[in-house]
Design a protein around this ligand. Structure first.
Ligand code: ARG
Length: 489
C-alpha cells in the first residue's frame, strides 16, 4: 500500500485542538484525569497527521479482532454485526475524506474507534476489549509494511525483467568497463547491464527475507503481557495472513526489527539505484556522450536554453541519502529503549511512510530511465581506443606468443602507451617500426587484434564478458527470475 494522504481531510487537525482550558477531558483514556492536556502536549502527542494512512489496515485488524471477540462470546452476534457495518462505514468516510481528523483524538486508532461509537453507539465501546493500542499499532504497521513490500517486490521483478530484456538485446554491443573512473577494458553492454541485474536480484532475495520478518502477529499481546480474556491469537493471526502469533507478548509490542529490515532493504536498493544513476549522469554528459536520456526523464533549465538535465537520475541519487537518513533515524530512536512500548516508537511511522513512498518512486523511476536511454556504441569504441583500453591485451599477447614474462610484457605495453601518447597515435595505428623502437624487436599483431570485440572474445571463464559466458549468464539470470518471480514469501 502506498501512503496517500486522506483525500480532503476536514482539517480542524493539529492546531485547532481543544485543551488547556481546564475542563475535564473527553479523551478515550480520560478516566483517571482531572484536566485536559495542554495545547502543546496535544500537538506533540498527535500522530493522526501522518498515521491516517493506516486506516485500512487498522480497520481490517479491528474486524479480525471483533470476529474473534464474537467467537469467544465477548460480543453478541448483533454487536459484532453492528461493529462490522460501522467499521465499513468509517472506512468509506475516511476514503472519501469526509471524516474530520482532530489532534484531540491523537491517532488513527482512536479516530476509528470514536467514529465507530458515534455511528453504532454502545457496541462500539466494546471493540477495544482485550486489546491495547500497543499491539494495535504493531499489527497495523506489520500489515502496512507487508503490503508495501509485496507491491514493491512486484515492481522490482518488473525492473529485473526489463534489465534482462535490455541485456539480451545488447549481446553484440561493445561497452566499456571502468576502474577509478579511468577506462579499463572493453566489455559487452549486456555484461554491464547484468552487473546491475545481479545487484537488484539480491535485493529481491532481501525483500523476501524482510517479508519473512513480518510473519508473526502481534495482535493479542495487548499492552505487553497479554489480555485478561480467553482470546484466540491464532485465529486473528491466521485471518490476517500471519503464520502464527508472536511467541512473546513483550517482544510483540516492543519489536521494530521488521521496520529496520525494511529500511535497510530500501537503503540498499537505493544504493544500487544511485550507483546506476551516477553512471547514467556521467555517461549522459557531453564529455562522455555514451548515452542520451530521452525527454521523458530530463528537464530543462530556466536560464540556459541548451540544457537537458538528468534531474530524475540526480533525484534518485539524492533520495539514497534520504532513505538512509530514515534508517539511521529509526536506529537512533530504538537505541537504548527499555522494554516494552515507549511513546518514542510513535515516531517510527514518520520514517517508515517516507521510505515506503521513496522506494516506490525509486523503482518506478529506474524503470522509466531504462525505457528512455539510447546507447551510443561508436562513441564508446572511440574512447576505448583513445584510452588505450587494449594495453592489457598487448601484454597478454606477448606472454602467450613470445613467452615474455608477464612483468616484462606489462612494461612493454606500458612503453607502447607512452610512445603512442607522445606521437599522437593509438595502439592500433602503431607501425612495425614503432613497435621495434618500443619493444626492441619487430612486432606484429593479427588482423582485428585491436578490435574491442576481439578483446572481449579473448576474455575467458565463467562470469567473464566473453560472449559465450554472457549467453550463459543470461540463462542464469532468466533462471533466477523464473525461480523468484512468483515465489510468495
Ligand atoms: N499512536 C501510538 C503509536 O503510534 C499508538 C500507541 C499508543 N500507545 C500508548 N501506550 N500510548 O505508537
Amino acid at each position: 500500500m502506498t501512503p496517500t494522504p486522506n483525500p480532503s481531510p476536514k482539517t480542524e487537525t493539529v492546531s485547532e485542538s481543544s485543551g488547556g482550558r481546564g475542563e475535564k477531558t473527553d479523551k478515550l483514556w480520560h478516566g483517571r484525569f482531572e484536566a485536559p492536556p495542554s495545547k502543546i502536549t496535544e500537538e506533540i502527542s498527535e500522530s493522526i497527521s501522518f498515521d491516517h494512512v493506516l486506516y485500512k489496515v487498522d480497520i481490517r485488524a479491528s474486524l479480525a479482532h471483533a470476529r474473534m471477540l464474537r467467537r469467544i462470546a465477548v460480543l453478541s452476534e448483533q454487536e459484532f454485526t453492528a461493529i462490522e457495518k460501522g467499521l465499513q462505514q468509517v472506512e468509506k468516510e475516511i476514503a472519501a475524506g469526509t471524516m474530520p481528523f482532530s489532534a484531540a483524538l491523537e491517532d488513527i486508532h482512536m479516530h476509528v474507534e470514536s467514529r465507530l461509537t458515534e455511528i453504532i453507539g454502545e457496541a462500539g465501546k466494546k471493540l477495544h476489549t482485550g486489546r491495547s493500542r500497543n499491539d494495535q499499532v504493531a499489527v497495523d504497521t506489520h500489515l502496512f509494511v507487508r503490503e508495501a513490500l509485496s507491491e514493491q517486490r512486484a515492481d522490482l521483478v518488473k525492473l529485473l525483467e526489463q534489465l534482462l530484456a535490455l541485456a539480451k538485446s545488447a549481446k553484440d554491443t561493445v561497452w566499456v568497463g571502468y576502474t577509478h573512473l579511468q577506462i579499463a577494458q572493453p566489455v559487452l553492454l549486456s555484461h554491464y547491464l547484468l552487473a546491475y541485474f545481479w545487484q537488484f536480484a539480491r535485493d529481491l532475495e532481501l525483500a523476501d527475507f524482510t517479508a519473512g520478518s513480518l510473519r508473526h502477529s502481534p495482535l493479542g499481546a495487548a499492552a505487553l503481557g497479554g489480555a485478561n480474556y480467553a482470546i484466540d491469537r491464532a485465529m486473528t493471526a491466521s485471518e490476517l495472513g500471519f503464520v502464527a502469533p508472536y511467541a512473546n507478548s513483550m517482544d510483540a509490542v516492543a519489536n521494530r526489527d521488521y521496520q529496520l529490515n525494511y529500511h535497510f532493504w530500501v537503503t540498499r536498493l537505493f544504493l544500487h539505484i544511485s550507483r546506476f544513476c551516477e553512471d547514467i549522469i556521467i555517461y549522459n554528459s557531453t564529455e562522455f556522450g555514451y548515452i542520451t536520456l530521452g525527454d521523458a526523464v530530463t528537464t530543462g533549465s530556466s536560464i540556459m536554453p541548451q540544457k537537458k538535465n538528468p534531474d530524475i537520475a540526480e533525484l534518485l541519487r539524492g533520495k539514497a541519502g534520504r532513505v538512509n537518513g530514515n534508517l539511521q533515524a529509526l536506529i537512533t530512536n530504538l537505541k537504548g529503549l527499555p522494554l516494552t512500548y515507549n511513546r518514542d516508537l510513535q515516531e517510527d511511522k514518520v520514517y517508515l511512510f517516507d521510505s515506503i513512498g521513496q522506494a516506490r518512486q525509486g523503482l518506478l523511476g529506474m524503470r522509466e530511465i531504462l525505457q528512455n536511454i539510447r546507447f551510443h556504441e561508436a562513441r564508446v569504441v572511440e574512447n576505448l581506443s583513445r584510452g588505450f583500453a587494449l594495453a592489457t591485451d598487448v601484454a597478454d599477447y606477448l606472454v602467450r606468443e613470445k613467452q615474455t614474462p608477464f612483468r616484462d610484457a606489462h612494461a612493454v605495453a606500458g612503453n607502447a602507451v607512452a610512445y603512442a601518447e607522445k606521437h599522437n597515435k593509438r595502439l592500433e595505428t602503431l607501425s612495425a617500426d614503432d613497435w621495434k623502437s618500443i619493444a626492441g624487436s619487430p612486432l606484429s599483431f593479427p588482423t582485428d587484434f585491436f578490435h574491442p570485440l576481439s578483446s572481449i572474445k579473448r576474455r575467458r571463464g565463467e562470469g567473464s564478458t566473453n560472449p559465450e559466458a554472457v549467453v550463459k549468464q543470461i540463462d542464469q539470470a532468466a533462471a533466477f527470475l523464473a525461480q523468484h518471480a512468483t515465489t510468495a514469501q
